[in-house]
Design a protein around this ligand. Structure first.
Ligand code: ATP
Ligand code: MG
Length: 214
């Protein structure tokens, strides 16, 4: 992709395979994500959604240095991850927020009480003592705290209940209003206000347009 001037991403006939000898999992994908717009990638399991995001990250990676990449994007992956560090350091990688601010953000994502019970901000982040959904909420809190330009989500709400999912969608809508968002989504209800939906099947785009038109 052309690396963002003002956050534009342009995929032009991108094909990709996981190894030189295997079949391509992405076939001739073309799409543009303009700055500040929200694009959803839909499709059945195995259609190439995560691979599209991986290709995006990989291609960007080839063009610009990592440091720069980090400051331009933040990802909420299918599998939430932690640094081997405290909850505090996981939320606030650069140590720029006060305890008060961090507790506020936990409140926003509905995790303040849970974290209190697990020993507070200075307890180790530990995937074993948090549910998958709770981990996704913590990753969302981390994303909100990073004023990055482009948010990339892969099934970031896959493990939470319907009510929590609606809440996460609302939070993303509000907190990422002016930012570019690229989101893999299973549930069309969560992306009705997006600017564009791309539907994949077997690594190809089979539909592309406004959510209401599809
Ligand atoms: P899901 O909804 O289940 O997350 P997806 O749309 O994200 O599916 P991908 O993970 O992109 O699908 O997979 C697309 C194709 O690429 C599938 O055929 C899958 O088997 C293959 N694939 C995915 N990851 C790898 C990998 N690491 N090595 C080889 N093939 C892979
Ligand atoms: Mg996937």
């Amino acid at each position: 992709p052309d690396w963002p001037h003002e956050g534009v991403i342009r995929f032009q006939s991108v094909s990709a395979a996981y190894s030189p000898t295997s079949h391509p999992v992405l076939n001739d994908l073309s799409f543009t994500v303009k700055a500040g717009t929200k694009v959803a990638i839909c499709g059945r399991t195995g259609s190439g959604k995560s691979s599209t995001l991986a290709a995006l990250l990989r291609l960007i990676d080839l063009r610009i240095v990592r440091q720069d990449l980090r400051s331009k994007l933040i990802t909420l992956p299918q599998e939430p991850f932690y640094y081997h560090a405290s909850i505090r350091d996981n939320l606030d990688v650069r140590g720029q927020f006060s305890t008060e601010e961090l507790l506020d953000i936990l409140e926003v994502v509905g995790m303040r009480e849970v974290i209190d019970k697990k020993g507070g901000l200075d307890a180790m982040a530990n995937a074993d003592v948090l549910s998958h959904g709770q981990s996704q909420l913590l990753c969302l809190a981390r994303a909100i705290l990073r004023p990055n330009k482009i948010l990339i989500l892969d099934e970031a709400t896959s493990s939470v209940d319907k009510k929590t999912e609606e809440k996460m969608v609302d939070i993303i809508r509000e907190k990422f209003q002016d930012r570019t968002v690229i989101s893999v989504a299973h549930n069309l209800n969560t992306i009705m206000d997006y600017d564009e939906v791309i539907v994949l099947e077997a690594g190809r785009i089979i539909e592309q347009g406004k959510p209401l038109a599809l």
